[in-house]
Design a protein around this ligand. Structure first.
Ligand code: NIG
Ligand code: FE
Length: 423
């Protein structure tokens, strides 16, 4: 017999129903809200969603287990489409150095930064990394995330990268759905110091084929920026990744726009991520493409910078904008998508509705999962979160709080159930 769950009493049920494909322009503000809506889930899939009168009278609703969301907002679970979740310990000395006025570059030059984390990750056992990433994935679930993209990129040698991608595979369904990205081209490791081209050659000839053959990643990513990889190196690497059958994503224009966005669009990348220093002349080109623009305001906030990505111009031009945490120990140590919503609203002038669309449905499209998750529609996975507020705008408005009471993935409660029942 089917396992049935009836979600009742929601003050606002945010369905985000609509045509397939990511939302753009004015459509990003349409949350498809059903007031006093009810949702029926059978075997992890949404089978009915609509006004209480209709759904509660269905035969299948009668013997269903009930989830009481009285007075709450029920919305799709967050799809956090850009994270460096597997990274070992936090970088607390870097944090203090930054507060004292040191730049990201100066911190790296002094032995901190990405290469410090690489050392920690290489030295860590897979068990240790599972413990770190597993605990953080549960924190994400407790904040309402149901799907997460996880990058490698802190191993930068064969053992380290394969270890991290295997930990990412282990992490799937513990409790989040995990999409894996190979970020071997994050920065050049010490063994290849001063020989970035040789490192890219080695990645292309050795590691990329191994990752692809073992199906350890669905996507490849490259950090194309000042202090990382040039446009030519990024193109070489992404072309090889595409030939190996991987989807493409890219860290582009975080500090400097080297032309990576145009290249990523030409190569058919799924997403271009960061864009704080995007050349504004590229906005129309990006908006006319299927590529998702993934914005990561947590990293701007945490680095104490003031230049956020041009979200307003991107949305107004019709780009498919997504939001993600960029969770990593250097530039964005948050696992909470609700904080990202708050930053998107106050710092990037996105409306709460646009931010929710960007953090759910458009994030799902950024991972190629738009047909499965990111909205609450019949036929999709029952991936949702019950927020303990009566109006969705309160989620970003009361910033710094965790409003998630219950998080559900494919019909199973993955966070918060106990506390919610007691309250
Ligand atoms: O997305 N920019 C490159 N990578 C990360 C930072 C990684 C780190 O500092 O450990 C980012 O911001
Ligand atoms: Fe990143």
């Amino acid at each position: 017999m089917a396992k049935r769950l009836l979600v009742r009493g929601a003050r606002q049920l945010l369905t985000l129903r609509g045509p397939s494909g990511p939302r753009r322009g004015a459509a990003m503000r349409e949350l498809g809200i059903i007031e006093s809506g009810v949702m029926l889930v059978e075997d992890g899939v949404i089978t009915n969603i609509g006004p209480a009168r209709r759904v509660e009278n269905l035969g299948a609703a009668r013997d269903a287990e009930e989830l009481d969301a009285t007075g709450c907002v029920v919305m799709p679970g967050f799809v956090d489409s850009h994270t460096h979740l597997i990274h070992g310990p936090p970088r607390l000395s870097d944090y203090e150095a930054q507060i004292e006025g040191k730049s990201y570059k100066e911190i790296s030059a002094a032995g901190g930064g990405i290469l410090w984390t690489v050392k920690m990750v290489r030295d860590a056992t897979a068990r240790r990394l599972e413990a770190q990433a597993g605990a953080d994935a549960r924190r994400m679930a407790a904040c309402g995330t149901t799907t997460v993209e996880v990058k490698s990129g802190y191993g930068l040698d064969e053992g380290g990268e394969l270890k991290c991608l295997r930990v990412a595979a282990w992490l799937d369904s513990r409790p989040l759905e995990v999409i894996r990205t190979f970020l071997g081209a994050h920065v050049t490791p010490p063994e290849f110091s001063g020989h970035a081209d040789r490192y890219i050659d080695w990645l292309i000839s050795e590691l990329l084929p191994a990752v692809a053959a073992r199906r350890l990643a669905q996507f490849a990513d490259v950090y194309c920026d000042e202090g990382a990889y040039t446009l030519a190196q990024a193109r070489r690497y992404l072309s090889a990744a595409k030939d190996a059958g991987l989807g493409l994503r890219i860290h582009a224009a975080q500090f400097q726009d080297l032309g990576a966005v145009r290249m990523a669009v030409e190569l058919g990348a799924r997403s271009v991520d960061h864009l704080e220093n995007l050349d504004l002349r590229d906005i129309d080109m990006l908006a006319r493409s299927p590529v998702v623009a993934t914005l990561l305001p947590g990293s701007v906030f945490h680095m104490g910078l003031s230049r956020y990505a041009p979200a307003r111009a991107l949305i107004d031009a019709g780009a498919a904008v997504a939001l993600a945490t960029d969770y990593n120990p250097g530039t964005s140590p948050t696992w909470n998508m609700q904080m990202v919503l708050a930053l998107a609203c106050t710092q990037m002038h996105m409306t709460p509705a646009e931010a929710i669309t960007a953090a759910t449905l458009n994030g799902a499209h950024a991972l190629g999962l738009g047909g499965l998750t990111g909205s609450l529609e019949a036929g999709k996975q029952a991936d949702f979160v019950v927020m303990g507020v009566p109006d969705y705008r309160e989620v970003p408005y009361h910033f710094g709080a965790n409003h998630a009471r219950v998080t559900v993935k494919r019909g199973e409660m993955i966070a918060g159930a106990k506390e919610y029942k007691e309250s």
